[in-house]
Design a protein around this ligand. Structure first.
Ligand SMILES: CC(=O)N[C@H]1[C@@H](OP(=O)(O)OP(=O)(O)OC[C@H]2O[C@@H](n3ccc(=O)[nH]c3=O)[C@H](O)[C@@H]2O)O[C@H](CO)[C@@H](O)[C@@H]1O
Ligand SMILES: C=C(OP(=O)(O)O)C(=O)O
Length: 431
């Protein structure tokens, strides 16, 4: 079992380089299945979700060459199966993209029901299914697999009106439609930066997608996608997490390799809280010396405040002067980390979708456990700011989405170590 040991209370100083975006990478890698050629993908983050995505593709017959730590070449010219490995696919949320990609290229797909972060509520995929069926596929669930297939081997372009703004459904339907016959229009589409990134990737391989980043996306089906080279955008949420860490601990950090526009929704909130943020071409200088001020935060689809930053900003608000309200409006529930923050002395009351956060003078280190990826990030932030020692367990969740988080924080002066410990066998101690 790996755990992080954090001795908190040290302000962060220095520079941090942001990696490629997880939620773009986990879509673009499956999208390589649509390409009848070699895709060179650069700025791939070294995280466990990416490793899994690559393994799933390899099992389907993709030839994957690692060119360097952040660049892979994926050759999907000789895919031999449209049925994914059950145990691999069920472990990540993004495995749902394999359905759109396989269906779009081969007219059929069999993929395990997706996993991913468990926020304590449901994570439906009905809008994905609605999109596939509107394009002419039959979708069933059998033996834990989602099976999607067309009668003719090729989907037919159509208008898809999403009932909820869904990142996953928007990207999945885009993948399925890229080689469909005719034109597909996705209405009420999500607008996150990774949606634009996926469209740019597919267009660079020969697709014809217009309007990504707006709520109407138009896709002219093409016959074939060929190879090319593409670099993934920087991770908005990883960058936001380091910004939040500086806000919590104090100090000054240059956050490098970012797209400032993508950060506006996060920067604006931190500035309201008294954090100074200086924007340059592809960096943000983040500084906090005075007291943190209270604010209210409501998560919304892009360009609103991202739900994937909600736990991290809440961790910062536990140390702000006054009472803040945090409202989660994307997911029905995403507060499993709150009990862990309370172990550190945070004062938070959750009532349905709203957390009432009463700022405290300081947090104290404690043994705490990550319950999902961003919950884990929030605990790291709290532990860095807290007085004393924290032990964070279940850090494999954190490593799903943060490349080298321990060494990046150490380079900023944080006292954080990753340690391996044998699992405790409770049964062996009985009697
Ligand atoms: C791999 C990946 O990119 N994961 C991100 C993606 O998840 P994911 O794609 O699962 O999230 P969605 O944008 O689809 O979900 C948004 C909302 O729509 C609802 N919904 C979604 C699909 C559907 O078929 N039916 C339905 O009702 C969900 O319950 C949720 O309330 O976007 C979320 C919202 O920004 C992020 O938190 C996740 O980090
Ligand atoms: C919830 C997240 O990821 P996933 O959808 O892959 O579980 C996330 O990135 O915060």
């Amino acid at each position: 079992m790996t755990k992080y040991i954090v001795q908190g209370g040290t302000p962060l100083f220095g520079e941090v380089e942001i990696s490629g975006a997880k939620n773009a990478a986990v879509a673009i890698i499956p999208a390589a299945l649509l390409v009848d050629g070699v895709c060179r993908i650069e700025n791939i983050p070294q995280i466990s979700d990416v490793t899994l995505c690559l393994k799933i593709l390899e099992n389907l017959g993709a030839n994957i060459r690692s060119m360097n730590r952040h660049t892979v070449e994926i050759d999907c010219r000789h895919i031999h199966s449209t049925r994914t490995n059950y145990d691999l696919a069920r472990r990540i949320r993004a495995s749902y993209y394999l359905i759109g990609a396989l269906l779009g290229r081969f007219g059929q797909a069999e993929v395990a029901m997706p996993g991913g972060c468990n926020f304590g509520g449901v994570r439906p995929i009905d809008q994905h299914v609605k999109g596939f069926t509107t394009l002419g596929a039959k979708v069933t669930v059998e033996g834990g697999f989602i099976r999607a297939a067309t009668e003719t081997g090729r989907l037919k372009g159509a208008n898809v009106y999403l009932d909820v703004v869904s990142v996953g459904a928007t990207m999945n339907i885009m993948m399925a439609a890229v080689m469909a016959e005719g034109i597909t229009v996705i209405e009420s589409a999500a607008k996150e930066p990774h949606i634009v990134d996926l469209a740019n990737f597919l267009n660079s391989m020969g697709a014809n997608i217009r309007g990504a980043g707006t709520d109407t996306i138009k896709i002219h089906g093409v016959e074939r996608l060929t190879g090319g080279s593409y670099a993934i955008i920087p991770d908005q949420i990883e960058a936001g997490t380091y910004m939040a860490a500086v806000a919590a601990t104090g100090g000054q950090v240059l956050v490098k390799n970012i797209i400032p526009k993508h950060m506006d929704c996060i920067t604006a909130k931190l500035v309201e809280m008294g954090v100074e943020v200086e924007e340059n071409e592809d960096t943000l200088l983040v500084r906090r010396s005075g007291k943190l001020q209270r604010t209210n935060v409501k998560t919304l689809p892009y360009p609103g405040f991202p739900t994937d930053m909600q736990p991290q900003i809440t961790a910062v608000l536990t140390l702000a002067e006054g009472t803040s309200l945090v409202t989660e409006s994307v997911w029905s529930s995403r507060y499993r980390y709150v009990d862990e923050l309370k172990r550190m002395g945070a004062k938070i009351q959750v009532d349905d979708k709203t957390a009432v956060v009463e700022g405290v003078e300081y947090l104290t280190g404690a043994p705490i456990q990550a319950s999902d990826l961003r919950a884990g990030a929030a605990l790291v932030i709290a532990a860095l700011a807290a007085k004393g020692r924290s032990e964070i367990t279940q850090v494999h969740y954190i490593e799903r989405g943060y490349e080298d988080i321990v060494s990046k924080l150490q380079a900023l002066g944080a006292d954080i170590q990753s340690v391996e410990e044998p699992d405790i066998n409770l049964e062996a101690n009985v009697g």
